[in-house]
Each structure stands twice: as structure tokens, then as C-alpha cells.
Design a protein around this ligand. Structure first.
Ligand SMILES: Nc1nc2c(c(=O)[nH]1)N[C@H]1C(S)=C(S)[C@@H](COP(=O)(O)O)O[C@H]1N2
Ligand SMILES: [Mo]
Length: 320
């Protein structure tokens, strides 16, 4: 297998989860699957950058979760990322997410739990004291950032709905809003974006439901009003702008695995020993320029080795 480093790959090709190469197949699949009703014209509007600073949040700093490296700037975190609902380029979310409205918001809780139904965002968030945790964030294309997130343990939220003994997995669905998400007016992925975790991964104390960063409400760009963050997994596992949480007995289908099963699995644990089919994942580039731009070795589980027990007995090469 020929393994190329990301720096050897044309920008058009590395568009993260490598969609350009698969576009036509995806389109065919989407039409065959009835996911796309009718052809719609490409309809990217004028850029709509976010207006004004977001509200500040009350939180405590959780010193247990921090890193020695300096955090990336707010500017970097909000101008270099993936959120295909707003377009496939790294700067598209910053350019096209301004008219998206994360309020009012409601979340449906469904599936294998005693308490299900539709809840307002306020109902969802109220009982949960917020904390700031600075995690390393690792994308799948061999780049990383250090981000001070504000949120609360996802498990604390999930427990409130009393999942049944059949709840083996949790599925997270992103909002479908083609009016304010111009990427959803294109056949980029089968919308809406869906991700999933095994229940023990979802309940792990490292897994965060994020509602802010740098002490303020989460910007649209990063998944307002709330998104999932699993610091030992590749970036695509953390779905943004979540409107549905469903407890399931069977492993959920996750969007990138559906779109390109040879390249993206369900587990997606950060693993320097398993190259992506088209590039090595042994080293990463820290976004930020200068000294930090140098490549550094990628750590197993992104350095969060305390999760290793979740995968005891599993072949993490086969379960990528
Ligand atoms: N709904 C949705 N969630 C998503 C994505 C997306 O395109 N749509 N991209 C994923 C990928 S590939 C990455 S790397 C991270 C980027 O997260 P960030 O904006 O917080 O840096 O979001 C993930 N969550
Ligand atoms: Mo990613």
C-alpha cells in the first residue's frame, strides 16, 4: 500500500474525509437510497459571517483535564475546521454559518430508555454545572489543536433518561436545515449527519457534551448549540448541532462509514499504528504556525490512555 503524507496530497484531494474522489458514487447512492428527492441548484449565498460576540457562560475550570501546550487562539479554532453542512473547505463554516439559528432549540430523546420525548435545550442543560476542560483535539487528516471547551460529561445527561439494558449504543443526529446550512443543499454527504458511540464510550467521564469554548457560547462554526466531543477519537466522531439522541441495541450507522467504509470505521480511535488508506497517521501538524507547525508524533488514544480498558480484547487494527 502506498502511504502518502498529507503534505504530498493536493488540497483538492485531502478535503478531509476525502469526498471529492467519491462524490459521484455518493450521489448515486443517495439517489438510489431516496436520500435526495430532487436536484437542486448549487445555492451558496453570500458569505454570512457570525455577528457579535456570544454570551459568556458560568463554569468552573476542571484542572484535572488540561494540557501543557498553549491553547490555539479563538481565531484559529473558529476558522479552520470541518462542518460540511456549511461547505467542504476548512474556511466555509466560518464564512457560511452566520444565518444559522441555534435558538430556540429542542432535542429528541428516543429509543431504549425509560424517559423519552422532546426537550428544550434549556431543559437539557439546566441540571448540568458547566466546566472548562482543555483537551487536545485530533482531526483525521493529521492535524491537531488545543481547545478550551466548556461543557459537561455526556454520561450525566444520558443517565437522566434511564437507558434500558438493551441500550448498547447511542446515536447522535445533527439538525437538518438546508435553508441555513448551504452544504445540505449539495449532495456532499447523506444528510443529516449521524454518529454513534458504544454506551460505555458515551458514559466515559472524558466524553463531553460541549456547549461553549473560550468561556462563551459555542459558535455556529463549532456546532452550536451543542456538540459531542470524544477526545481520544478522530474528529469526525463528534457530531455537531445535535437534535436527536437515540439509545439503540444495534451499532448505529455513522455517516462517514456509510459514505466511505474502506476509509472510515465506527470506532475511529486515534491510532498512530493504523494508517488511513491514503496517508500515514503516525504524526500530526499542530495548527497555529511557527514553531507549533512542526509535525509531532501522534499518541495512541490521543494520549488519553485511560480508555484502553474499553477495548481490551479487541483488535484495534480491524476495528479502526
Ligand atoms: N454535523 C457535523 N458534525 C461534524 C462534522 C460535520 O461535517 N458535520 N465534521 C466532523 C469532523 S471531520 C471534524 S474534524 C470535527 C471538527 O470539529 P471542530 O469544529 O470543533 O474543530 O467535527 C466533526 N463533526
Ligand atoms: Mo475530521
Amino acid at each position: 500500500m502506498l502511504i502518502r503524507r498529507p503534505s504530498d496530497i493536493k488540497p483538492s484531494e485531502i478535503t478531509p474525509e476525502s469526498i471529492y474522489l467519491r462524490r459521484r458514487e455518493l450521489l448515486a447512492q443517495a439517489i438510489a437510497g431516496g436520500l435526495i428527492a430532487a436536484a437542486s441548484p448549487v445555492s451558496f449565498a453570500e458569505p454570512t459571517p457570525a455577528a457579535g460576540p456570544a454570551a459568556t457562560l458560568n463554569y468552573r475550570v476542571n484542572a484535572q483535564y488540561t494540557v501543557s501546550a498553549a491553547a490555539n487562539t479563538f481565531e484559529q479554532i473558529t476558522h479552520y475546521n470541518n462542518f460540511y453542512e456549511f461547505g467542504v473547505d476548512k474556511t466555509d463554516p466560518a464564512s457560511y454559518s452566520g444565518s444559522f439559528k441555534p435558538h430556540p432549540w429542542s432535542v429528541e430523546i428516543a429509543g431504549e430508555a425509560d424517559k423519552t420525548g422532546t426537550f428544550t435545550l434549556e431543559d437539557i442543560l439546566k441540571p448540568h454545572p458547566l466546566e472548562e476542560r482543555t483537551y487536545r483535539f485530533r482531526c483525521v487528516e493529521a492535524w491537531s489543536m488545543v481547545i478550551p471547551w466548556v461543557g459537561f460529561p455526556l454520561g450525566d445527561l444520558l443517565k437522566r433518561f434511564s437507558p434500558t439494558s438493551r441500550a448498547k449504543y447511542v446515536e447522535f443526529t445533527t439538525v437538518l436545515d438546508p435553508k441555513d446550512m448551504p452544504g445540505q443543499r449539495e449532495r456532499i454527504l447523506p444528510w443529516p449527519y449521524v454518529e454513534g458511540l458504544r454506551i460505555d464510550e458515551a458514559m466515559h467521564p472524558l466524553t463531553l457534551m460541549v456547549v461553549g469554548l473560550y468561556g462563551r457560547e459555542l459558535p455556529n462554526v463549532n456546532g452550536a448549540p451543542m456538540r459531542v466531543l470524544i477526545p481520544w477519537k478522530y474528529g469526525f466522531k463528534g457530531g455537531k448541532s445535535i437534535v436527536r439522541i437515540r439509545f439503540t441495541e444495534r451499532q448505529p450507522r455513522n455517516t462517514w462509514n456509510v459514505a466511505d467504509p474502506e476509509e472510515y470505521g465506527f470506532y475511529a480511535n486515534v491510532n498512530p499504528n493504523v494508517p488511513h488508506p491514503r496517508w500515514s497517521q503516525a504524526t500530526e501538524r499542530r495548527i497555529g504556525g511557527g514553531f507549533f507547525d512542526q509535525r509531532q508524533p501522534t499518541l495512541m488514544f490521543n494520549g488519553y490512555t485511560e480508555v484502553a480498558g474499553l477495548y481490551r480484547g479487541m483488535d484495534l487494527r480491524a476495528n479502526y
